[in-house]
Design a protein. Structure first.
Length: 140
């Protein structure tokens, strides 16, 4: 009985295997598909010219604030701060200005120097001195 069931299972599996062993299911020759290559013209434009400031001078005028900046409002005046340099709107552009005492920022620029004044630690960058007050740095 067991050998009869085993023979039936073996015969069924061989029969099913024959169907998948057929050569090609379609009649006729095999055809390759044709590829169409589309080439698009490449338009080369010059990169926009950006002003790179190595050391800004108070009074220097710019058409736009260079690079990413933060906006700081103090005593009704808006400053735009980029890498420790303060800009104020003037006409159709921006002028480098010295910040007034009391302006608060959350971070100091790279390259700041620690200085001791009256036994307290202050920070100086491009002739602007800061002191830490809570989580801010205040111009003194």
């Amino acid at each position: 009985m067991k050998s009869l069931i085993l023979a039936a299972i073996l015969g069924a599996s061989m029969t099913l295997g024959l169907n998948s062993a057929e050569a090609h299911p379609r009649s006729g020759p095999h055809r390759h598909t044709t590829r169409v290559v589309v080439t698009k013209p490449v338009i080369v434009r010059p990169a926009p010219v950006r002003t790179v400031v190595t050391r800004a001078v108070v009074g220097q005028f710019f058409e736009s604030v260079p690079g990413p900046h933060i906006r700081v409002v103090h005593a009704g005046r808006t400053y735009f701060v980029h890498d420790g340099v303060y800009y104020a709107r003037q006409g159709r552009g921006y002028t480098v200005v010295r910040p007034v005492a009391g302006v608060r920022v959350t971070t100091l620029p790279r390259g700041v120097a620690k200085v001791r004044i009256g036994g307290r630690t202050h920070y100086r960058y491009q002739n602007v001195t800061y002191r830490r007050v809570n989580s801010y740095y205040v111009v003194v």
